[in-house]
Design a protein around this ligand. Structure first.
Ligand SMILES: Nc1ncnc2c1ncn2[C@@H]1O[C@H](COP(=O)(O)OP(=O)(O)OP(=O)(O)O)[C@@H](O)[C@H]1O
Ligand SMILES: [Mg+2]
Length: 402
């Protein structure tokens, strides 16, 4: 169904720390909105406000129509103790809740509750919409589609690798049939095949999406507008027309801000210089008149008057300086920069693994792996999700015993 979330003038704080101030945003069917901003600026918080997981301190969030189905894919796949992959998917798609509500409403009907019939028909509609009856079959198919394998539904979820978790997340998104969906960094941990699948889904689904990502290439291919949260003002600005339009608008805004600041600095410095100079001249002039011993009253008067005129000019420059609208220096922006400490050279050969085998015990064995990395080499470790990249990394760092 066609749906929208309309958020108006949202403000939110964690204790004394203001996270978002006066943010308005509409997410509707067909929208693909990318949310960007530095770490900790409030992107996840904004999504939680939009889906109703948090209450704003000020402002409103309205869902139209009220029974539209809104999904929320959190930044981390939360796995609860003892859950299998199927349990996690049933929970995240809402299928388990739909089943429980259907059972409860049937019990209420049997007990003869007055409003049980309405409750049952609402529960049945959700249950049918979610396809809970065929969930086992569609789940197997979807697990295969996301590259996890059809037979893994009963595997414990706690032992999954980062990328495999991301794929479980992806499977729940594909299965759920939400009208509107908030995705918190869905690209994290996905390999190229997973990214392609997610991209295809987002671009072809009629639903509306608001998604956070730090993957520029992905955003460039997927989003139709960009919302940037400003670290200083705590507001959100929406740029329509895709990623490039956002970059262009941002560059233009920055150019304007720099020009405005340069203009302000020039005027301010001119006025300051003028005020200072004329004050000095005027003070000197008055002193000179006093010391000059000039006896002609008119010349004395004229000299004094011109010094006073200078003082008036200085006062006017000072006044203008006071009235000048201050333009703040544009701040540097939030492009990600990382600094790594440098250390002394350790040796020619930095890493040496010989026929290393790591057995995780849960059906996954890495190796044998042989790997040599010399000083100054930069090696990229690539491979599909679940193939053992992190385990190899641990072996290199000495965090697992072969
Ligand atoms: N439960 C909480 N209690 C107090 N402060 C919190 C809580 N959750 C988040 N914050 C703070 O709120 C701010 C916004 O957090 P949020 O998770 O929305 O950031 P983000 O933009 O999603 O960052 P990232 O890119 O790292 O995911 C941060 O300063 C964070 O430390
Ligand atoms: Mg976040």
């Amino acid at each position: 169904m066609s749906a929208q979330i309309v958020a108006r003038n949202l403000s939110f704080a964690h204790g004394p720390e203001v996270v978002l101030a006066d943010v308005s945003l509409t997410v509707a069917s067909g929208h693909r909105i990318g949310v960007v901003g530095p770490n900790g600026v409030g992107k996840s918080t904004l999504l939680r406000l939009l889906v109703g997981d948090l209450e704003p301190e000020r402002g409103t969030v309205a869902l139209v129509p009220a029974d539209a189905r809104v999904g929320h894919l959190t930044q981390e796949l939360d796995v609860r103790a003892g859950e299998t992959i199927a349990d996690v998917i049933a929970r995240r798609t809402g299928a388990d809740m739909a089943q429980r509500e259907l059972d409860a409403s049937m019990r209420a009907m049997a007990a003869g509750d007055a409003d049980a019939a309405d409750r049952y028909s609402a529960a049945l509609e959700t249950w049918l919409h979610l396809g809970v009856a065929d969930l086992d079959a569609t789940m197997a198919e979807t697990l295969e589609r996301v590259g996890l394998g059809a037979d893994r539904a009963d595997q414990p979820a706690a032992t999954l690798s980062g990328g495999e978790r991301a794929r479980v997340n992806l499977a729940s998104v594909l299965l759920a049939g939400f009208d509107l969906l908030a995705l918190d960094e869905p690209t994290n941990d996905l390999d190229l095949a997973g990214l392609a699948l997610l991209e295809h889904f987002l671009v072809h689904s009629p639903a509306g999406f608001v998604l956070i990502s730090h993957d520029r290439a992905f955003l460039e291919r997927v989003v139709t507008s960009v919302v940037e949260i400003d670290e200083h003002a705590r507001t959100a600005t929406r740029y329509d027309g895709g990623w490039q339009a956002y970059l262009d608008a941002r560059a233009a805004a920055r150019r304007h801000a720099e020009e405005a600041f340069a203009g302000y600095v020039e005027t301010r410095d001119n006025l300051r210089g003028q005020a200072q100079q004329t004050r000095e001249w005027s003070a000197k002039g008055i002193g000179k008149v006093k010391r000059s011993g000039e006896t002609d009253k008119f010349i004395r008067h004229w000299n004094k008057a011109s010094s006073e005129k200078l003082a008036g000019k200085a006062a006017r420059a000072e006044k203008a300086l006071e009235r000048l609208d201050v333009v703040d220096k544009p701040w540097e922006g939030w492009d990600l920069r990382l600094d790594f400490a440098t250390t002394g050279r350790s040796g020619d050969e930095v890493v040496s693994l010989r026929d290393v085998v790591v057995d995780h015990g849960a059906g996954f064995t890495l190796g044998p792996v042989t790997l040599d990395i010399g000083y100054g080499e930069r090696v990229a470790l690539v491979g599909p999700n679940g193939s053992g990249k992190t385990t190899t990394f641990y072996a290199v760092a000495g965090l697992v015993t072969p």
